[in-house]
Design a protein. Structure first.
Length: 346
């Protein structure tokens, strides 16, 4: 009896050891992952994921030289060990990057704007969400498929400008005002023609820089803060108050009292209040030593420390300070030195 129990005990121990050895071998195999000359559904899955995040690769289920090189490129771009082997770290990173983005629609969003933000197309979003038209509502959840460079950058600051059409407005003049093209406005508002009606609101898509990105000062870096007649340009002039010669450090734009003034670019308010000679004045810091100045305002709507997006209503035109009539003095400073704003407006 004892010998029988002993024999069964030994068999049981042997089986347990065998199972453990098989498990260890299996774990090692999983750790090694997929590599050159492997074939099958798992290889096909990895190829499909690589394809989804933008790589030019066929899903043939064969881990050949081309697949290996693409895996190495993916590993290099994602700070992984570059060995061309799809192990746990590579597979998990690839799986995460290929997941569709879940986006909740916000007030003012358009399909066109969302598509631009996430580096995809309106048609792709519509197909992924079974949408027939372009109508979306705040609170709706959209699934944004990862495409191209992996679905765009979720840290990109994107702000829509709402423009109320006024008598005499045309799509071309509105497009010039905001530094975008006519087709962009038409697509954003689902317009089939250039016809617009006074009183209606148009969404003006305007893409900002990525959070933490550097402000680039060049032609079209700013939108016009308002529309009006330029009554005084940058440079030497006769002072309209004293009559003496002075160097004018900005643009004077003559407009009716109370005309809306909008931020020429995104940034942070660093001055808001009365300045000698300039009256009620705003200064916005855009980074990289670049600031914009908005002077002689009748009202100011933002305070020091506030983050401002392009096209945001910040003030209303007036004639405060040293002024002969309602207008906006718009200035651009680079490292505290005044430069000609005309060089940077669309």
């Amino acid at each position: 009896m004892d010998s029988t129990v002993s024999r069964y005990f030994k068999i049981s121990i042997t089986m347990i050891i065998t199972i453990l050895l098989v498990s260890i071998i299996s774990l090692n195999a999983l750790a090694i992952g997929l590599e050159m000359d492997d074939r099958g559904e798992k290889v096909k899955e990895v190829q499909a994921l690589l394809q989804k995040v933008g790589y030019d690769i066929s899903t043939d289920g064969i881990f050949g030289h081309h697949t290996k090189e693409i895996v190495k490129d993916f590993q290099l771009n994602n700070n992984l060990t570059v060995d061309g082997i799809v192990g746990d770290n590579t597979y998990n990173k690839l799986k995460k990057m290929s997941e569709d983005i879940k986006y909740v629609v916000k007030k003012g969003d358009t399909l066109y704007g969302i598509a631009r933000r996430f580096d995809t197309t309106v048609e792709t979003i519509k197909a992924s969400n079974n949408l027939r038209g372009a109508m979306i509502h705040p609170g709706d959840t959209l699934y944004i498929p990862k495409t191209g460079r992996g679905g765009g950058d979720e840290n990109r600051i994107y702000a829509n400008i709402i423009h109320e059409v006024k008598p005499g407005d045309a799509l071309l003049s509105i497009a010039k005002k905001y530094g975008v093209d006519v087709q962009t406005i038409k697509q954003a508002n689902n317009l089939n023609s250039n016809k617009i009606i006074a009183g209606e609101n148009l969404v003006i898509p305007f893409e900002e820089r990525v959070k933490g990105g550097k402000f680039s000062l060049g032609k079209g870096a700013f939108i016009w803060p308002l529309q009006g007649r330029i009554s005084s340009y940058f440079g030497w002039r006769n002072d309209p108050v004293t009559g003496g010669s002075e160097f004018h450090k900005g643009l004077d734009i003559a407009v009716p009292l109370g005309t809306e003034i909008r931020a020429a670019a995104s940034g942070e308010v660093v001055k808001s209040g009365w300045m000698s000679g300039f009256g009620k004045t705003l200064v916005i810091d855009h980074g990289e030593g670049v600031e914009t100045v908005y002077a002689h305002n009748s009202k100011i709507y933002v305070n020091v420390g506030e983050s401002i997006h392009t096209g945001q209503l910040i003030a209303r035109a007036g004639s405060t300070g040293k002024s002969t009539g309602s207008h906006l003095h718009f200035g651009v400073l680079v490292d505290d030195k005044a430069v000609n704003p005309m060089k940077y407006l669309p």
